[in-house]
Design a protein around this ligand. Structure first.
Ligand code: GDP
Ligand code: MG
Length: 161
């Protein structure tokens, strides 16, 4: 039987989270980071970057047929973005829960978009929607050596011994 620690290690995941230019301009960086941090997830990479339009098109490649694609890519490349990798058990799926529904009108109160955004075109944050996209997006935004591996003393209090 697996030890509990091994179970936790096997379930550790990483996801790509970005605060979009509207979240940065509105001074919501610390508010958003703190929601992931207080939950118990671990920040393993972070940078401030202004993506080019070509880069934004790569990031949103799966939406290229949508009518809002061009405006979305213009917007993502319009100013600084906070690009992050967060790690933890179930972080991909639960990160999406913390973020809330794509359209802030439909996001529950208590979620980031529900509490802090109003319209779908300015919904302040991006989060990977599954294990494959998480891997692809982390690889697009970061080099492997940008990701820091460390343990924190809080982990035994978050996950148990
Ligand atoms: P997400 O994964 O919840 O961010 O949603 P999607 O992957 O479906 O879409 C990516 C981003 O495109 C969203 O976060 C919105 O900023 C934007 N978006 C999605 N749907 C619409 C829409 O109907 N209109 C506009 N203007 N933007 C949209
Ligand atoms: Mg998406």
């Amino acid at each position: 039987m697996l030890q509990e620690q091994e179970v936790h290690a096997a379930q550790m995941e990483q996801t790509f989270i970005a605060i979009k230019p509207d979240g940065v301009q509105r001074g919501l960086i610390s508010e958003i980071v703190s929601r992931f941090e207080r939950k118990g997830f671990k920040l393993v990479a972070i940078k401030v970057v202004v993506p080019s339009k070509e880069f934004a098109q790569k990031h949103y490649h799966d939406l290229k047929e949508r009518p809002f694609f061009n405006g979305l890519c213009d917007f993502l490349s319009s100013g600084p973005v906070i690009a992050m990798v967060w790690e933890g058990e179930g972080v991909i799926k639960y990160g999406r829960k913390l973020i809330g529904a794509t359209d802030p009108q439909k996001s529950e109160p208590g979620t980031i978009r529900g509490d802090l955004a109003v319209v779908v075109g300015r919904n302040i944050i991006h989060g990977s929607d599954g294990p494959e996209t998480a891997k692809d997006e982390i690889n697009l935004w970061f080099k492997p050596e940008d990701l820091v591996s460390y343990s924190s003393n809080a982990e035994k209090w978050i996950y148990g011994e």
